[in-house]
Write a protein that binds this ligand. Structure first.
Ligand SMILES: C[S@@+](CC[C@H](N)C(=O)[O-])C[C@H]1O[C@@H](n2cnc3c(N)ncnc32)[C@H](O)[C@@H]1O
Length: 488
């Protein structure tokens, strides 16, 4: 392998003390609406496992709480960690979880109504109904949201408060309608009155009106002189953007995701999810359902695109880049376009690699790529300067993530290779962070798959014989961790 000059240390060499915070991005509001639905799953767990009832008696360490409510301790800890920024529970100095005043609302006299609302919204019929809202709206069938929760008494330090969390399912329904009716594109170059907009897309005016007002309060649209206009957040829902949020909305609005979220209380009891068709894992399920797999990969492509552009700036000319679990090749494509002298290798599961080939061929990049159908648990190709694990490690628990890292380390050379890992790093305090919602998604879909704090991430790498050289904050609340083989 040709030796390259030492890798330049450039942008983002150090993270600020508030390591979890990313700069604001127009995609954040849409991401927050989607994330709140996964946080709602944590709330559902709190209700179904009667967490408030147990903690109302006394603060408890997580293991004891898990014992009392029949839960898997590790999974329960992640749920508590998700509810903490909503100010429902607090982790105290004595390593005990305590109920806050807002958390007590789930248990006291007012609690029955709130619990009823949460349970009602998680009913299969209720969720199925929401997924049909886009059709209903255009079939002139009015859609009524469940009454908004009173904000009084509900405070939260999070970017999105508990009241918004309770409304999250209806708000996501509104987002789904706006996405499927293409309203962000319709309003791209003009402002419109609600009656004209409703007529333009054949929708029920009253229904569309409450939905848009709901999304105004989440920063997607504004209303001036009776006219609706898009804000930058809604522009991310336009369709012809490589980083469009439309596939994210569509992915989160499909039945499997909702079913897995609805099962979260059972997942927390067992410590692992059960798939509706009995598949052994979410990736096995996706392999058996090509339509959902294709949607998932499209979603990953748009989610990864801003990250790919960032990484492309960092690639060294003339180097070989090995993307491990590279999906449809979003990262590799941007690197190869930016660096015409780079060569790419992409390892993916056999169920995915054909679509990867089609995608890279369509961009005229196939002659500079080697595509390998394989399994990163058994072998990772040698000969790379830069190895990439983009949003891969968070799909797996520590033992399996370590196994992947060991395979990568075995393929690397001590002097000429580096590894880039891209994942969300959770803050170690109780700051709100999009990674917490992502963690609920990982728990629902992958069980042991998880987001990690910076320290947990560094420990994982160290256990696999790798050492962190630098970390940099990426778009979309993600972090790039660059690692090399640790000195013996
Ligand atoms: C969350 S996606 C990330 C895709 C891509 N790296 C990105 O950043 O957009 C994880 C990828 O790991 C792949 N994967 C899962 N298990 C694998 C295995 N055993 N061997 C190789 N790839 C695998 C999946 O097919 C999926 O494309």
């Amino acid at each position: 392998m040709t030796s390259l000059p030492p890798f330049p240390a450039r942008r983002g060499d150090e993270l600020s003390p508030k390591e979890g915070r990313s700069p604001a991005h127009p995609r954040d509001p849409v991401q927050r609406i989607i994330g709140a639905v996964w946080d709602f799953g944590a709330l559902l767990v709190a209700v179904e496992l009667n967490l408030a009832g147990h903690l109302a008696k006394e603060p408890l360490p997580v293991d004891e709480l898990a014992k009392r409510c029949g839960a898997h301790s590790g999974a329960l800890r992640r749920v508590l960690r998700t509810l903490e920024p909503y100010d429902l529970v607090r982790f105290s100095e004595g390593k005990r979880w305590a109920l806050t005043a807002a958390g007590a609302l789930l248990h006291n006299d007012a609690g029955a109504a709130i619990q009823g609302h949460i349970r009602g919204r998680a009913e299969p019929d209720s969720w199925r109904d929401i997924l049909t809202w886009p059709e209903k709206v255009t079939a002139d069938q009015p859609v009524t949201p469940s009454p908004r929760r009173r904000r009084r008494g509900l405070s939260a330090s999070a970017d999105i408060g508990l009241a918004d969390l309770l409304d999250s399912v209806d708000t996501f329904g509104a987002l789904l309608v706006v996405a499927q009716l293409g309203l962000a594109d319709r309003l791209a170059s003009t402002s419109m009155r609600i009656e004209d907009l409703a007529a333009d897309c054949g929708a029920d005016e009253k229904t569309l009106s409450w939905m848009l007002r709901r999304l105004v309060s989440h920063g997607l649209f504004s209303r001036r002189g009776g006219l609706y206009v898009t804000r930058p957040a809604a522009e991310t829902l336009q369709k012809d953007r490589p980083d469009s949020m439309l596939p994210a909305v569509s992915m989160n609005g499909q039945t499997l995701w909702w079913e897995m979220l609805r099962r979260l209380p059972d997942t927390v009891r067992l410590g692992m999810p059960t798939l509706p068709d009995g598949s052994s894992s979410t990736y096995a399920y996706l392999a058996a359902h090509p339509d959902i797999l294709a949607r998932f990969q499209t979603f990953m492509g748009t989610r990864t695109y801003p990250v790919a552009q960032w990484l492309a700036e960092e690639a060294v000319p003339g180097s070989t880049v090995v993307d491990v679990g590279g999906g449809h090749g979003t990262i590799l494509a941007e690197i190869l376009k930016k660096q015409p002298t780079c060569h790419g290798v992409l390892l993916e599961r056999p169920a995915v690699i054909t679509a990867t080939r089609t995608s890279l061929a369509g961009q005229g990049l196939l002659d500079r790529c080697t595509l390998l159908a394989g399994n990163f648990f058994t072998e990772v190709p040698a000969g790379g300067h830069t190895y990439i694990l983009g949003s891969v490690l968070h799909n797996w628990g520590d033992a399996r993530a370590r196994r992947i890292l060991e395979r990568v380390r075995q393929a690397m050379t001590p002097t000429d290779s580096r590894l880039w890992c891209v994942d969300a790093l959770l803050p170690s305090d109780n700051e709100p962070h999009p990674g917490r919602s992502l963690d609920m998604r990982m728990l629902s879909l992958f069980g042991a798959g998880q987001e990690r704090t910076r320290r947990e991430y560094e420990t994982l790498l160290a256990d696999a014989g790798l050492t962190v050289r630098r970390q940099a904050r990426l778009p979309h609340a993600l972090t790039m961790t660059e690692a090399v083989i640790a000195a013996q």
